[in-house]
Ligand binder design. Sequence first.
Ligand code: KIV
Ligand code: ZN
Length: 514
Amino acid sequence: MTNQLVIFDTTMRDGEQSPGASMTKDEKVRIGKALEKMRVDIIEAGFAAASPGDFAAIQAVADAVRESTICSLARAVDRDIEHAAEALKRAERARIHTFIATSPIHMQYKLRMQPDQVIEQAVYAINKARNLIADVEFSCEDAGRSDNDFLCRIIEAAINAGASTINIPDTVGYAIPEEFGYKIKTLLERIPNADKAIFSVHCHNDLGLAVANSLAAVANGARQVECTINGLGERAGNAALEEIVMATRTRHDLFDIRTNIDSTQIVPTSRLVSNITGFAVQPNKAIVGANAFAHESGIHQDGVLKHRETYEIMKAEDVGWNANKMVMGKHSGRAAFRSRLDELGVSFETDAALNEAFARFKELADKKHEIFDEDLQALVSETNAAKVADIYKLVSLDCRSATGETPIANVVVSASGHEHKSQAEGSGPVDAALKAIESIAQSGANLQLYSVNAITQGTDSQGEVTVRLEKGGRIVNGNGSDTDIVIASAKAYIHALNLLMSNAERQHPQNDGV
Ligand code: KIV
Ligand code: ZN
């Protein structure tokens, strides 16, 4: 058995299935490039049949990323497989990931199919996919609750049909590590042609065991792990990529395997995903949380100063934690700006896009003397946010708040090119500003989340605001950043309104498609 562990990232597919985490095409390209830089082996860029937007995003990622394999999910039906193959046409390396449910409860109630029909459908889908693209992965949805005898039958047939990766998902996060490890061991021992495929796992975190279950599977012979940055994903999320990579690396004494991952890219990629989705990383999150390497207690600090390994099992710099670096200031030129963004993995398609971002940089540098990498990343997000269906634009905002007085905001917003003015009071200046904007847009959307985060240290930091809006079951995240948090909030609200106006309907991959 090989000692190479394949890292399959599904941040842009399963991660995107988190309510509110949907990503635009440009955002997916940026995340795709960051994952490529991290040397992720396989990037699941979306579910091509879900919507024209997802289809175009997979195409764009396939065009932009040439080193990693690009993958699209597809239910075991003609339409999904055809869409996946078409979206992946220009990829340097492509994979179709097709799946069907195999647990008794899913087959009976969701698919309404007999087990033999499910095997037949899986084999049909794999054959079809293999005729379009050589690299085919097959997943037994809800394998965690599927019968091992049935899994042996369907997997043997899937490998014979040409699937070279077999994925065993714990779709509902029900498994316990010992049991899940045993499942992998049993399948590898009992399936006669198991040596012709790589066995993969895909664990959900409903019981907080996604990483533990994945590691138990690796210990028992799985050689691909499906995971997401920051553990993003349906419900409680998926196994976190950073934890899988660092656990296998740090405990190399137990796991005799290696990955291709450049771990120094973990923190920048985590920040990028958090910034794009608006899902903040909790401070005590392993590896990528702000406190993951902070020692507060005197005894610990003393120990680390005397000998780092007394309390540290990993080096912060190995996962990409750098002290904030002052990278640029108001005298920095366009060439320096472009080269720093290049180093951060951001490039511009046109000179006009570069000029626009540079103009924003100059504006910011006038307000804030030291510009850090985090500021540059926020600035690029904002330049991209401005590209989303420009229905609403913030023209001006004037807010007053004083002790003992009711805050009041006057805003001018242009809607499809026509300027509208509005005034509103609120419990604070942010509340007043958002009420004034809403009175112009009349979106009727429900505010589900409002969060502010200081991008860097110091009181001159930019505030990065996320606004999550829901309307008719659709959820979007708007982002805005500015050294003035009321303006950042207004920008985030307007970005969310524009997203609500723009996105096409998406299908959920776990919907009954057979
Ligand atoms: O959780 C799951 O079962 C999935 C499959 C589509 C792989 O996401
Ligand atoms: Zn999943």
